[in-house]
Design a protein around this ligand. Sequence first.
Ligand code: 4AD
Ligand code: MG
Length: 466
Amino acid sequence: MTRPLIKEILGFPPESQDLAVQGWVRTKRELKNLIFVEVYDGSSFDGIQCTFDRGNGGFSPSAEATLTALSTGCAIAVTGRLVPSPASGQAVEIAAYGIELIGDAPVETYPLQKKRHSLEFLREIAHLRARTNTFGAVARTRSRLAFGVHQFFQNRGFQYVHTPIITANDAEGAGAMFQVTTLDLDALAVSGKVPDYQRDFFGKRSYLTVSGQLEAETYATALSRVYTFGPTFRAENSNTARHLAEFWMIEPEAAFADLEDNMRLAEDFLKFLFEIALKDCAEDLAFFDARIEKGIIATLQSVLDSRFTHITYTDAVKELEKNTAVFEFKPFWGCDLQSEHEKFLTEKIAKGPVIVTDYPKEIKAFYMKLNADEKTVRAMDVLVPRLGEIIGGSQREESLSRLEKRMLELNMKPEDYGWYLDLRRYGTVPHSGFGMGFERLIQYVTGMANIRDVIPYPRAVGQADF
Ligand code: 4AD
Ligand code: MG
């Protein structure tokens, strides 16, 4: 007898095949002589219905006892035959003849009962929430799209580079880093001494990385096209529905590529992933569309069928200034775009994704290429409705002298970045890249409102449980 996954069983022809299903009970219903048990194993959105018919001569005493005690969450193995299902909404079901209880889930204490639970409550039991429809669907979509990221880049000649997690440099120059140390801080506090980082594990102050970009650039100027996909960390004190302290970022970097190439790559990348979601996560998306964000499928489809709007920061600010009255934060040239501004640009002006380019240098990182106006840089942010920024990137400054000048303006020490500046000293080329927060992508595709619900164990201000 085979023991396939439910996903596989649902695709089998109903040919009166004998099989065993293992999984967990989603629901149990009784109707006269019939007992319907829906079993799921997480391999697909749908579970499989196992129908026990007492009218066929009854079951063994132990099977009867198991069926009577069975409740939501119990782990079971069912044996039976795959038959065409008379019920609507399912092609096949199992005409069951045997059942074995593998693991009980007492009704009195099991937190996930058949009713609908709030997302807030489920966050408190994150170790069990993947068993719900919503979080099972998020987990499957996340898995498929992570694979899709690799498919997209590998198909285009980008090589996967593993950049370090622990680093001594602040890639974004934003200072929101988590320190990594093995110094005995408690003892230091008691003694009143200042920490001597030369005696710390790495011999200098070290941190969890905010981005793998700088190291990715070193590989792009050796392998031409590379990408990273790994965890990144930000100690920003922002308690919002789109910020995490630990998130996964994808960062492609391409040599001999300018901002136009970068924008095209970003658009193709997003569309490729939306297409995969629509095609390979259809059942899960149908659920998100029905229960989480109405119209999400049509939205993804319409994005696929249209071009992203392009607008410079300067023009975007002009548009925003025409509508100053609707904003809490008054827009002006030089301001960092607030999420209300990003929402307005995507939802009211472009009615879809927008790529904003050429931001003032003051609000962007040191490594971005300076434009001829000496005021703006070759930056690009891809903004989407509902979320705002999903991708941030730029063409990089490839001139050694201009990059050094910019670092000095920002009170950075060029000597701390000698290795990075070497890329401009030896065989420098125009190159570009971007970063996409993987959780923001998953939020966009699933319609989940809170970023804490698209990663298994969210880490955010005041939150590091599990
Ligand atoms: O715009 P950011 O800060 O850009 C970089 O880190 C560059 N080094 C990328 C590059 O050019 N290689 O971050 C990139 C993306 C954002 O657009 C957003 O999607 C995501 O990372 N992101 C976050 N996601 C979740 N929580 C946070 N705290 C995030 N901060 C950024
Ligand atoms: Mg950004």
